[in-house]
Design a protein around this ligand. Structure first.
Ligand SMILES: *[C@@H]1O[C@H](CO)[C@@H](O)[C@H](O)[C@H]1NC(C)=O
Ligand SMILES: *[C@@H]1O[C@H](CO)[C@@H](O)[C@H](O)[C@H]1NC(C)=O
Ligand SMILES: *[C@@H]1O[C@H](CO)[C@@H](O)[C@H](O)[C@H]1NC(C)=O
Length: 193
């Protein structure tokens, strides 16, 4: 048995030197991938966190925080199909924009339905308060604006929200039909470590 192993080792060396690709089982420091324990990243118990805040989508006036960057030029549409906005919206603890700020929602939304007011939303929530200061959550989903409750997946996060997964539910608190400025209520349920 042992002599067989020696023979294989010798063959392996010869093949390596003659340019053949051979599988080498080694734990070299430069390995492209390896299995590690969750503890080695300080990950212990997964927990579920509920975040609750308000989102101020200001599309009108000189202080707009959501601005139109593109729209379909030759494609009239009752649902604004094709229009794209970039936002950097204030997030607050209460429904008033004067209440304590908890972060910003930065991203893009696009009118992505030809038959209803439904948006594709791609958002990074950047939190700036307490222990979550500097941590982010990433949400990508469909916002059918006229539905009472909309739900979007939480795809991941950074900082305290590493490995995050979950969902966000949003409701319209106020919508000014003249300016289209809106205040939305967010409830986010997220598993993370
Ligand atoms: C816009 O922001 C400036 C600076 O914060 C403020 O003085 C002004 O009143 C705001 N304008 C409106 C229309 O909200
Ligand atoms: C959040 O972190 C930034 C950068 O580290 C710091 O300047 C700021 O004061 C912090 N804010 C709060 C509310 O802790
Ligand atoms: C909507 O916005 C306009 C312009 O700022 C304001 O005059 C009006 O009072 C607002 N309507 C509501 C219902 O808040």
């Amino acid at each position: 048995m042992a002599s067989h192993l020696k023979w294989f080792a010798l063959l392996a060396i010869l093949m390596a030197h003659s340019g053949h690709l051979i599988p080498v089982k080694s734990a070299a420091a430069s390995a492209f991938s390896r299995t590690i324990s969750p503890e080695s990243l300080g990950l212990r118990r997964e927990k579920l966190t509920h975040l609750h805040f308000y989102f101020h989508d200001i599309v009108s006036g000189p202080n707009a925080t959501a601005i139109s960057v593109a729209q379909a030029s030759n494609r009239p549409s009752a649902t604004n199909f094709g229009s794209v906005l970039v936002l950097d919206d204030l997030l607050t603890e209460g429904p008033s924009p004067e209440s304590r700020s908890v972060g910003r929602a930065q991203g893009i939304y696009a009118s992505a339905s030809q038959t209803e007011f439904a948006l594709l939303m791609a958002l990074n929530f950047v939190f700036t308060t307490g222990k979550y200061n500097g941590s982010t959550l990433t949400v990508l989903g469909r916002n059918s604006v006229l539905q009472e409750v909309r739900e979007m997946p939480v795809l991941g996060g950074s900082g305290l929200f590493r490995f995050a997964r979950g969902y966000a539910q949003l409701r319209t608190v106020t919508l000014n039909l003249t300016t289209l400025d809106a205040i939305l209520e967010f409830n986010i349920y997220v598993f993370h470590y």
